[in-house]
Design a protein around this ligand. Structure first.
Ligand code: ATP
Ligand code: MG
Ligand code: MG
Ligand code: MG
Length: 477
């Protein structure tokens, strides 16, 4: 198989060399010009089937989406917009395609339509670009942590830990439905359903990650995460990927510095390595925004926005400062928030987060030091006794992309808090051991990978940045 990928071929000079290319037909014009795509780039290769050289019976089979193997000579192209083309010498049909029945036409389809054709949507330019960028971001995640000496720790998918109720859980059971153990009132006895134990799909690898951090110093986990979110927002999936680094000897500021450096690193990586796809997505977004009224359009194009993020510090502020800004805002005074901002202690809704990043600061924001009462038990209590060393990172157009904190490393403080919150010590004996045997200050965060991809690609719906979206309404295959 001496196949050359189209992306690689298009970078070469047309030096009359012989090549073999394989791919799918996007269009076939004038019984002569094949636009061939092999998934390596959105740019189609023009293949010329010189008139008279091929049987009519073969040409008839060159239909949209048919797969072909072509050998030919690379020649300079006279057409504009392309440097070279391939003059076909042999054309072999690998797989026929009935163009009438093929669901994707060579025109532009709506994202909603393509979501219904999720099994074929990878063959469109938009999804080609999105998933090549997703791949590159995933690679950049590993590259960043590897360069920093972090250990990639695989935290379990099936776990008995509920990670302090970070989200609704999917239960895992080994038993046929009729054998499911029941309580006296007929409800399911979850405590006994996985080989006699209670287990669920992971909602976060954090607690297990802390075990790694307190041995290796710095670890990260990057894997699928499951939350039975029975909501239909454009930013929540029931199955998503999370990147969770956990670091010993870090305080909240170190944590925020790492998160900011990390986000900038992976954005820089794709700007440098995936420019063609990003330019395509930027154009797509610009075209889409042209349909919007002037005041709803973004101030910056996609590339400009990404470069802006690279070149500016994230805005850091405390929850307390944020509440003041929100309370005093015109939005609040004119009752434009669905949830009015009443005062200190309330949890922020996504409309508030988006106001801060999009209207007030117009840049990514790191919000720190939230009230202890609205955050999880493991976050470290600050000197003031009422806030915890938590941080959320909010991105324009998305809202929360990161949730993190410095962890409570003091055993006595942690135990007292767990008791107050009604978390039984026996359930977390393994976690508490890290505080018993050589406890250290440590911190970590979780970045939602799909939300990051939304930010980088400008795709407004999270269903369009994951290959097989799992939401309450979609799990067909
Ligand atoms: P949100 O407030 O948006 O529901 P969260 O506070 O419940 O998010 P965390 O528990 O802090 O989320 O998880 C860390 C990160 O994982 C979030 O900042 C977000 O980027 C991502 N995330 C959380 N839930 C989902 C979901 N259902 N689908 C996709 N990404 C998610
Ligand atoms: Mg949530
Ligand atoms: Mg949140
Ligand atoms: Mg959060």
């Amino acid at each position: 198989n001496k196949r050359i990928k189209i992306k690689e071929l298009l970078q070469q000079e047309p030096a009359a060399q012989q090549v073999t290319v394989m791919g799918w037909v996007r269009t076939f014009r004038n019984n002569q010009f094949i636009a061939l795509n092999d998934g390596s780039t959105n740019t189609n290769l023009q293949v010329v089937a010189t008139l008279g050289m091929f049987e009519e019976s073969l040409l008839k089979r060159i239909t949209t989406s048919a797969s072909l193997k072509i050998t030919g000579t690379v020649v300079p192209s006279v057409g504009k917009g392309q440097k070279l083309e391939v003059k076909a010498e042999t054309i072999e049909i690998l797989g026929d395609s009935d163009a009438e029945a093929y669901p994707l036409q060579p025109k532009k389809h709506s994202l909603e339509f393509l979501r219904e054709k999720a099994h074929l949507r990878f063959r469109t330019n938009t999804f080609g670009s999105v998933f090549r960028v997703r791949h590159a971001l995933a690679f950049a995640v590993h590259k960043f942590f590897n360069e920093k000496g972090f250990v990639y720790l695989h935290t379990p998918i099936i776990t008995a830990s509920d990670a302090e109720g970070a989200g609704e859980m999917f239960r895992v059971t080994t038993l046929p439905f009729e054998d499911t153990p029941r309580n006296d009132d007929g409800s399911i006895n979850f405590k006994e359903d996985f080989f006699g134990k209670s287990t669920n799909l992971t909602v976060s690898g954090q607690l297990e990650g802390e075990l790694g951090a307190t041995a290796f110093g710095e670890i990260y986990t990057f894997g699928p995460t499951f939350r039975a979110e029975n909501s239909n927002t454009a930013r929540h999936l029931a199955e998503f990927w999370m990147i969770e680094p956990e670091m010993a000897f870090y305080d909240l500021e170190d944590n925020a510095n790492l998160a900011e450096a990390f986000i900038k690193y992976i954005i820089r990586y794709v700007l440098e390595n995936n420019r063609e796809d990003l330019d395509f997505l930027a154009q797509r977004l610009a075209d889409e925004e042209k349909q919007l009224p002037q005041d709803k359009r973004s101030e910056m194009g996609l590339i400009e926005k990404l470069e802006f993020v690279l070149n500016n510090d994230f805005q850091r502020l405390s929850y307390t400062e944020a509440i003041d800004i929100l309370r005093e805002s015109n939005y609040n005074k004119k009752k434009k928030f669905q949830y009015p901002v009443t005062g200190w202690g309330m949890d922020l809704q996504s409309e508030h987060e988006r106001y801060l990043v999009e209207k007030h600061f117009k840049k990514p924001v790191i919000l720190m030091n939230y009230p202890a009462s609205i955050k999880a038990f493991y976050m470290r209590i600050n000197e003031d006794g009422k806030t915890v060393a938590a941080m959320d990172i909010l991105a324009p157009g998305i809202g929360e992309i990161v949730g993190g904190s410095q962890r409570e490393e003091r055993l006595d403080v942690l135990l007292e808090k767990m008791e107050k919150m009604g978390i039984p010590e026996e359930e977390l004996w393994w976690y508490l051991d890290t505080r018993r045997f050589g406890t250290v200050p440590h911190a970590g965060f979780g970045l939602g990978f799909e939300r990051m991809i939304q930010f980088v690609t400008g795709m407004s719906n999270i269903r369009d940045v994951i290959a097989f979206p799992r939401t309450p309404k979609s799990a067909e295959f």
